[in-house]
Design a protein around this ligand. Sequence first.
Ligand SMILES: [Mg+2]
Length: 198
Amino acid sequence: MHLCCLDLEGVLLPEIWINVADRFKVKELRLTTRDIPDYDELMKYRLRILKKEGIRLKDIQKVIAGMKPLPGAAAFIKHLRQIHPVIILSDTFYEFATPLMKKIGNPTLFCHWLKVNKAGFITGYQLRARDSKRKAVLAFKKLGFGVIASGDSYNDISMLKTADRGILFRPPASIAKQFPQFPVCSQYAALIKHLRKS
Ligand SMILES: [Mg+2]
Protein backbone atom coordinates (compact mmCIF):
# COMPACT_ATOMS: atom_id res chain seq x y z
CA MET A 1 0.00 0.00 0.00
CA HIS A 2 1.33 3.41 -0.96
CA LEU A 3 0.38 6.71 0.61
CA CYS A 4 0.56 9.77 -1.56
CA CYS A 5 1.97 12.91 0.10
CA LEU A 6 1.40 16.17 -1.72
CA ASP A 7 2.51 19.71 -1.16
CA LEU A 8 -0.35 22.24 -1.18
CA GLU A 9 0.67 25.65 -2.54
CA GLY A 10 2.03 25.50 -6.05
CA VAL A 11 0.60 22.00 -6.51
CA LEU A 12 -3.11 22.37 -5.64
CA LEU A 13 -3.54 26.00 -4.62
CA PRO A 14 -1.95 29.25 -5.76
CA GLU A 15 0.68 30.68 -3.40
CA ILE A 16 -1.30 32.26 -0.56
CA TRP A 17 1.37 34.83 0.32
CA ILE A 18 1.65 36.00 -3.28
CA ASN A 19 -2.11 36.62 -3.38
CA VAL A 20 -1.88 38.51 -0.09
CA ALA A 21 1.06 40.55 -1.39
CA ASP A 22 -0.81 41.49 -4.56
CA ARG A 23 -4.05 42.34 -2.73
CA PHE A 24 -2.26 44.69 -0.30
CA LYS A 25 0.27 45.83 -2.89
CA VAL A 26 3.20 44.90 -0.64
CA LYS A 27 5.83 43.43 -2.92
CA GLU A 28 8.08 42.27 -0.05
CA LEU A 29 5.40 39.66 0.78
CA ARG A 30 5.82 38.01 -2.64
CA LEU A 31 8.91 36.12 -1.48
CA THR A 32 8.30 32.38 -0.94
CA THR A 33 10.37 29.31 -0.07
CA ARG A 34 11.44 29.44 -3.69
CA ASP A 35 13.30 32.66 -2.88
CA ILE A 36 14.30 32.15 0.78
CA PRO A 37 14.80 28.42 1.39
CA ASP A 38 15.09 28.90 5.19
CA TYR A 39 11.46 28.79 6.30
CA ASP A 40 12.03 30.35 9.72
CA GLU A 41 13.94 33.25 8.19
CA LEU A 42 11.17 33.72 5.60
CA MET A 43 8.36 33.68 8.19
CA LYS A 44 10.11 36.13 10.53
CA TYR A 45 10.57 38.46 7.57
CA ARG A 46 6.88 38.13 6.60
CA LEU A 47 5.66 38.82 10.16
CA ARG A 48 7.83 41.95 10.33
CA ILE A 49 6.27 43.22 7.09
CA LEU A 50 2.69 42.44 8.27
CA LYS A 51 3.30 44.39 11.47
CA LYS A 52 4.81 47.31 9.58
CA GLU A 53 1.88 47.39 7.13
CA GLY A 54 -0.81 46.90 9.83
CA ILE A 55 -2.20 43.74 8.19
CA ARG A 56 -4.14 41.46 10.60
CA LEU A 57 -5.09 37.79 10.32
CA LYS A 58 -8.69 38.60 9.40
CA ASP A 59 -7.47 40.86 6.55
CA ILE A 60 -5.47 37.93 5.17
CA GLN A 61 -8.38 35.53 5.67
CA LYS A 62 -10.60 37.82 3.56
CA VAL A 63 -8.11 37.56 0.69
CA ILE A 64 -7.89 33.78 1.10
CA ALA A 65 -11.70 33.45 1.09
CA GLY A 66 -11.68 34.84 -2.45
CA MET A 67 -8.99 32.47 -3.73
CA LYS A 68 -9.68 29.43 -5.88
CA PRO A 69 -7.73 26.17 -6.23
CA LEU A 70 -5.54 25.81 -9.32
CA PRO A 71 -7.65 24.80 -12.33
CA GLY A 72 -8.23 21.04 -12.28
CA ALA A 73 -6.95 20.56 -8.70
CA ALA A 74 -10.27 19.40 -7.20
CA ALA A 75 -10.83 16.79 -9.94
CA PHE A 76 -7.19 15.67 -9.64
CA ILE A 77 -7.53 15.06 -5.88
CA LYS A 78 -10.84 13.23 -6.34
CA HIS A 79 -9.24 10.95 -8.94
CA LEU A 80 -6.04 10.42 -6.92
CA ARG A 81 -7.97 9.45 -3.76
CA GLN A 82 -9.49 6.57 -5.69
CA ILE A 83 -5.96 5.23 -6.26
CA HIS A 84 -4.06 6.04 -3.03
CA PRO A 85 -4.79 7.48 0.42
CA VAL A 86 -3.73 11.14 0.11
CA ILE A 87 -2.14 13.29 2.82
CA ILE A 88 -1.35 16.95 2.17
CA LEU A 89 1.93 17.98 3.83
CA SER A 90 2.19 21.76 3.85
CA ASP A 91 4.14 24.52 5.55
CA THR A 92 1.08 26.76 5.58
CA PHE A 93 -1.18 27.30 8.61
CA TYR A 94 -4.59 25.88 9.48
CA GLU A 95 -5.87 29.45 9.98
CA PHE A 96 -5.07 30.14 6.31
CA ALA A 97 -5.73 26.89 4.51
CA THR A 98 -8.81 25.38 6.17
CA PRO A 99 -11.43 27.32 4.14
CA LEU A 100 -9.63 26.47 0.90
CA MET A 101 -9.49 22.75 1.68
CA LYS A 102 -13.27 22.55 1.22
CA LYS A 103 -12.75 23.64 -2.37
CA ILE A 104 -10.57 20.59 -3.09
CA GLY A 105 -12.79 18.03 -1.32
CA ASN A 106 -11.28 18.26 2.20
CA PRO A 107 -8.27 15.95 1.93
CA THR A 108 -6.31 15.40 5.17
CA LEU A 109 -3.98 18.34 5.84
CA PHE A 110 -0.91 18.35 8.08
CA CYS A 111 0.41 21.90 8.54
CA HIS A 112 1.20 24.45 11.27
CA TRP A 113 -0.57 26.96 13.53
CA LEU A 114 -0.36 30.73 13.91
CA LYS A 115 -0.03 32.71 17.11
CA VAL A 116 -2.37 35.70 17.09
CA ASN A 117 -2.68 38.47 19.71
CA LYS A 118 -5.90 40.02 21.06
CA ALA A 119 -5.74 42.81 18.49
CA GLY A 120 -5.77 40.18 15.71
CA PHE A 121 -2.15 40.59 14.61
CA ILE A 122 -0.08 37.51 13.85
CA THR A 123 2.74 37.49 16.39
CA GLY A 124 4.37 34.19 15.58
CA TYR A 125 3.80 30.63 14.52
CA GLN A 126 3.87 27.20 16.00
CA LEU A 127 5.59 24.62 13.84
CA ARG A 128 4.07 21.19 14.45
CA ALA A 129 7.59 19.83 14.02
CA ARG A 130 10.80 20.99 12.38
CA ASP A 131 11.33 19.46 8.94
CA SER A 132 7.77 18.20 9.33
CA LYS A 133 7.29 16.96 5.75
CA ARG A 134 10.32 14.64 5.96
CA LYS A 135 9.33 13.44 9.44
CA ALA A 136 5.80 12.66 8.30
CA VAL A 137 7.13 10.55 5.40
CA LEU A 138 9.52 8.73 7.76
CA ALA A 139 6.66 8.04 10.20
CA PHE A 140 4.41 6.69 7.44
CA LYS A 141 7.22 4.37 6.34
CA LYS A 142 7.61 3.11 9.92
CA LEU A 143 3.90 2.34 9.86
CA GLY A 144 4.50 0.08 6.89
CA PHE A 145 3.41 2.35 4.04
CA GLY A 146 5.27 2.99 0.86
CA VAL A 147 5.27 6.73 0.12
CA ILE A 148 5.10 8.63 -3.15
CA ALA A 149 5.45 12.40 -2.87
CA SER A 150 5.13 15.45 -5.05
CA GLY A 151 5.93 19.12 -4.48
CA ASP A 152 7.21 22.18 -6.27
CA SER A 153 9.76 23.89 -4.07
CA TYR A 154 12.78 23.81 -1.76
CA ASN A 155 10.70 22.95 1.28
CA ASP A 156 9.59 19.74 -0.48
CA ILE A 157 13.03 18.38 -1.33
CA SER A 158 13.61 16.49 1.93
CA MET A 159 10.12 14.97 1.57
CA LEU A 160 10.82 13.90 -2.02
CA LYS A 161 14.22 12.44 -1.05
CA THR A 162 12.73 10.47 1.88
CA ALA A 163 9.79 9.09 -0.09
CA ASP A 164 10.15 5.91 -2.15
CA ARG A 165 9.51 8.08 -5.18
CA GLY A 166 9.48 11.86 -5.53
CA ILE A 167 8.12 13.94 -8.39
CA LEU A 168 8.49 17.67 -8.93
CA PHE A 169 5.32 19.44 -10.07
CA ARG A 170 5.72 22.77 -11.88
CA PRO A 171 9.00 23.63 -10.11
CA PRO A 172 11.04 26.71 -11.01
CA ALA A 173 13.66 25.78 -13.60
CA SER A 174 16.45 26.31 -11.05
CA ILE A 175 15.05 23.64 -8.69
CA ALA A 176 14.46 21.15 -11.50
CA LYS A 177 18.08 21.68 -12.59
CA GLN A 178 19.45 21.38 -9.07
CA PHE A 179 17.62 18.11 -8.37
CA PRO A 180 17.73 16.18 -11.66
CA GLN A 181 17.00 12.88 -9.87
CA PHE A 182 13.30 13.79 -9.68
CA PRO A 183 11.00 13.55 -12.70
CA VAL A 184 9.18 16.81 -13.50
CA CYS A 185 5.47 17.12 -14.38
CA SER A 186 3.56 20.21 -15.36
CA GLN A 187 0.06 18.75 -15.85
CA TYR A 188 -2.20 16.78 -13.48
CA ALA A 189 -2.77 14.03 -16.07
CA ALA A 190 0.99 13.37 -16.21
CA LEU A 191 1.30 13.58 -12.42
CA ILE A 192 -1.47 11.01 -11.94
CA LYS A 193 0.42 8.66 -14.28
CA HIS A 194 3.59 9.01 -12.18
CA LEU A 195 1.71 8.69 -8.89
CA ARG A 196 -0.23 5.61 -9.85
CA LYS A 197 2.92 3.58 -10.61
CA SER A 198 3.60 1.79 -7.34
MG1 LIG B 1 4.68 24.54 -2.69
